[in-house]
Design a protein around this ligand. Structure first.
Ligand SMILES: NC(=O)c1ccc[n+]([C@@H]2O[C@H](COP(=O)([O-])OP(=O)(O)OC[C@H]3O[C@@H](n4cnc5c(N)ncnc54)[C@H](O)[C@@H]3O)[C@@H](O)[C@H]2O)c1
Length: 439
């Protein structure tokens, strides 16, 4: 039976998180679209026009024709099911496929209830995973639960999400999207459906495995490059050479790619490499370079903590009793996402040695962060204090000029500033009223 895309095509998105919700709204502009999630609080919040992750506005949700539900029945008659559930790692740094498993099984169970006369549905996975996972792991689960045959009575595809959340420049409509399918007919179907929403263009990968591999190496490349710059920064630190000046000089060469050293957190870059190293191991290759990069980046919170302790001692500050302010706790700038935040890990280490260490995090709802950190300060409290040590963890554009002036201006009331993201890059050590260190 042939499959084709039309205005009647029914699309269901499984998993309404950072990736799934914007995707649902985008597909909802062109097709009859349903957003499904097992988390009823999340679904109720969205129905009320509220996206906890602040990726989409209340207006965008309210003007959309999309239906949001926790009832998996919507999957039953869908023509296109897109899976955007999380793919984390276990405590042993192995892929944790539990959510992909439950989503695949659920899809299979619903497909079992389809009438035989319906055209075969297409299931596209967007969750980041290892090469082979869609066809060798998810497909067989759907087959087992549905009694259908992959590549015959349902089809598989893979289209990785590669937008950068919290970054308006690299969004769904401005980034080329990779698509792939099990055969040329499903490739055409996926191309026709996705071309409506990915207006920057589509890249048809040669196979599902190629598409899965491409996604995972995009993040591995970034992880490794940051690891290299972290290591270089630490080497030059020992040699008393300004690493930033070294990078500036080297970057004048046409083929030098500059990266910024720093903390690598979140749910993608520090997680995805383990999906490839797991698959590599299964294929008989033990990764060296990829895991070495991971080890360097994972060690950074501990390395920076030791550095802060040493800086305090060198400058006559007793870290245990100092008044310490920490700026930002999210895993990257200008997002509200705290998942796997290494900045938060560093804050935890500091507050472990000095329980009065305060955190200012203007980007996260105080109810959310209040469940993790109790030592929170408001901007007014920051302005009313003199701080022995200010650690800049994340560079948020929400820090007000008044706050920056109070902490880092000419008449700063701060003793020592540790600047991990290099927010005060152009800092002038000669005329500075405080001691300054950056990575
Ligand atoms: N967030 C990003 O920046 C980003 C970027 C690129 C790729 N990815 C990848 O996309 C995938 C999703 O990431 P995310 O950040 O959107 O995750 P998320 O945690 O924000 O959201 C996932 C949603 O899936 C729901 N869910 C879990 N199991 C389900 C099931 N069986 N059925 C229905 N819903 C289910 C959860 O309740 C949650 O609302 C991951 O594989 C991630 O690696 C994420």
């Amino acid at each position: 039976m042939t499959i084709s895309v039309s205005e009647q095509t029914q699309v269901v998105i499984v998993g309404l998180g950072y990736v799934g919700l914007p995707l649902t709204l985008a597909f909802g502009e062109h097709f009859s679209c349903t957003g499904f999630d097992i988390n009823s609080a999340r679904v109720e919040g969205i129905k009320g026009g509220h996206d906890l992750h602040r990726e989409v506005s209340s207006e965008q949700i309210k003007r959309s024709s999309v239906t949001f539900t926790t009832d998996p029945k919507c999957i039953r008659n869908a023509d296109l099911v897109i899976v955007t559930v999380p793919t984390p790692i276990t405590d042993d740094y192995e892929p944790d496929l539990n959510l992909l498993t439950s989503a695949s099984k659920l899809i299979g169970m619903e497909f079992r209830k389809r009438t035989a006369s319906e055209t075969p549905p297409v299931v596209v996975f967007e969750s980041t995973t290892y090469p082979g996972c869609t066809e060798d792991f998810c497909g067989p689960l759907i087959e087992r639960e549905s009694g259908l045959v992959s590549g015959d009575s349902f089809y598989l595809g893979y289209s990785p999400e590669r937008t950068n959340f919290g970054d308006q420049e690299h969004s769904l409509d401005s980034v080329v999207k990779i698509i792939s399918g099990q055969n040329s007919e499903v490739e055409q179907f996926i191309f026709d459906a996705y071309s409506k929403i990915a207006t920057a263009g589509l890249h048809l990968a040669e196979s599902i495995r190629v598409a899965e591999s491409a996604k995972v190496i995009e993040n591995i490349q970034r992880d490794l490059n940051i690891a290299l710059f972290n290591e270089l920064a630490l080497i030059f630190e020992k040699m008393d050479i300004d690493s930033s000046a070294v990078f500036d000089a080297a970057a004048t060469k046409w083929n030098f790619n500059r990266y910024a050293p720093g903390l690598v957190g979140g749910h993608c870059i520090p997680v995805d490499p383990y999906y490839l190293t797991h698959a590599a191991e299964q294929a008989g290759h033990t990764s060296k370079v990829v895991l070495a990069g991971r080890a360097v980046n994972e060690a950074m919170p501990a390395v920076l903590f030791e550095k802060i302790m040493a800086l305090c001692t060198e400058n006559g500050l007793t870290i245990e009793t100092a008044s310490i302010l920490f700026l930002g706790a999210t895993f990257k700038p200008d997002v509200s996402d705290l998942r796997n935040s290494k900045t938060l890990t560093l804050f935890g280490k500091l507050s472990g040695i000095n329980s009065t260490t305060q955190l200012f995090e203007p980007n996260v709802n105080s109810e959310v962060i209040g469940k993790i950190v109790t030592q929170l300060v408001t901007e007014t409290e920051v302005l009313n204090h003199r701080w022995d040590l200010v650690v800049i963890g994340v560079e948020h554009s929400k820090y007000s000029e008044e706050l920056k002036d109070h902490l880092f201006g000419d008449k700063s009331r701060t003793e020592l500033v540790v600047d991990i993201p290099g927010m005060l890059r152009d800092h002038d050590t000669i005329s500075s009223p405080y001691l300054y260190w950056r990575l």
